[in-house]
Design a binder for this molecule. Structure first.
Ligand SMILES: NC(=O)c1ccc[n+]([C@@H]2O[C@H](COP(=O)([O-])OP(=O)(O)OC[C@H]3O[C@@H](n4cnc5c(N)ncnc54)[C@H](OP(=O)(O)O)[C@@H]3O)[C@@H](O)[C@H]2O)c1
Length: 336
């Protein structure tokens, strides 16, 4: 079978496409024919050596994939050949609180991921692909979808709330779709004039351009009658967190997930204290959250927003496209 590996060198061009044997499932494992994979910003950081340089080489990158079970190992009872499944970002976080063990089971980082024709998963490490979704659509969910879901749950989302999303990337658009399905109002930002209309089409009540309005938190306050939003899905990190705090209502919630403005920086956290804002660090989510999210997707017939699908032999081009920031929603790789 063919698989891509990061093997000692970093950079998109250093990603290698290699031949290897199809692995055989051991006890409690499944072999899945991967049909589609999707890219997250994390994958770009991983491939370029900006996430961690301490990887178990050779490492198959990408956490998010969907496919069909082709073989099961001894003792497997939850799945059978032919089942349509998606891998969980963490192979060992079935439910409950995150523990120190959980990150050691992250696909495409701590352990091999899904940019391959076949992949092994733990029996407890996959969920069913909802019937109304294609493999390409399912492949967008394990990281971006579950993270957005977790952000809104941690933020205590209630019907009638106002949610602030930032940019038109994978997590932010899932946040928009889930918040709308729950009866919330969404204020969305983007740095692109061309993407403003698309955000409105997808259900954003108001759109703010963070480039033409660098003090976008003032616009957010204006749009909420000076009150602020209930929940922010914060993808920018150190460079935007203070503005997110200022955008929040008293006692509001920030789900902090991203590093789009860089992994380091300084900011004054005192405004969070004075507003009683809760800041929740979010690290994707558990299988239970994934299953809860899938019930909502099925109920509301929600389809993920896919920007572009690349063929398997153009995985490097797909990463370059993600790096360009031209996308709206998810960038997917089809694996025949
Ligand atoms: N903690 C976790 O578990 C977790 C999980 C998933 C992702 N993340 C992180 O969340 C972030 C987003 O990930 P993703 O995969 O959704 O990314 P993505 O699909 O690559 O989306 C990036 C988009 O963010 C927008 N953006 C860039 N700089 C921005 C800024 N300064 N302010 C506001 N928006 C900005 C741009 O949209 P416009 O062109 O519309 O401006 C860009 O297209 C990344 O930092 C990623 O590492 C964390």
């Amino acid at each position: 079978m063919k698989r891509y590996v990061i093997d000692g060198e970093f950079g998109i061009d250093a990603l290698k496409l290699v031949e290897s044997d199809i692995p055989q499932p051991g006890p409690g494992e499944l072999l899945v024919k991967i049909k589609a994979a999707s890219l997250n910003y994390r994958d770009f950081l991983m491939v370029t050596g900006n996430y961690t340089r301490n990887l178990p080489f050779p490492l198959v990158p990408l956490s998010d994939g969907a496919g069909q079970v082709v073989a099961v190992g001894g003792g497997v009872t939850r799945w059978k050949e032919g089942d349509r499944v998606m891998g969980c970002f963490f192979q060992e976080w079935p439910a409950g609180r995150i523990t120190p063990q959980v990150p050691k089971s992250a696909l495409g980082g701590a352990i091999n991921g899904v940019l391959a024709e076949y992949a092994l998963f733990r029996e407890e490490g996959v969920v069913s692909l909802p019937d109304h979704l294609s493999f390409e659509e399912g492949a967008t969910l394990p990281c971006a979808g579950v993270t957005a879901w977790n952000c809104l749950q941690k933020g205590g989302l209630t019907c009638g709330d106002t949610v602030l999303t930032m940019g038109t990337g994978g997590v932010s658009l899932f946040g928009l779709q889930f918040a709308k399905a729950a009866g919330a109002r969404v204020i969305a930002t983007t740095g692109s004039v061309a993407k403003e209309e698309r955000l409105r089409e997808l259900g954003a009540s108001e759109v703010i351009n963070y480039k033409s309005s660098p003090d976008w938190e003032k616009q957010v306050l204006k749009l909420t009658g000076g009150v602020g939003v209930d929940i922010v899905i914060e993808v920018g990190g150190a460079g935007t967190l203070l503005q997110s705090i200022k955008s929040c209502r008293m006692g509001g919630n920030i789900s902090l997930i991203g590093v789009l403005t860089g992994q380091r920086g300084e900011m004054n956290p005192f405004p969070a204290v004075m507003k009683g804002v809760s800041i929740h660090g979010i690290y994707v989510g558990s299988r239970e959250m994934f299953e809860d999210m899938n019930r909502t997707l099925s109920l509301h017939r929600i389809h993920p927003v896919i920007d572009r699908i690349f063929p398997f032999d153009q995985a490097r081009e797909a990463l370059q496209y993600l790096e360009s920031g031209a996308h709206v929603g998810k960038v997917v790789i089809n694996i025949p």
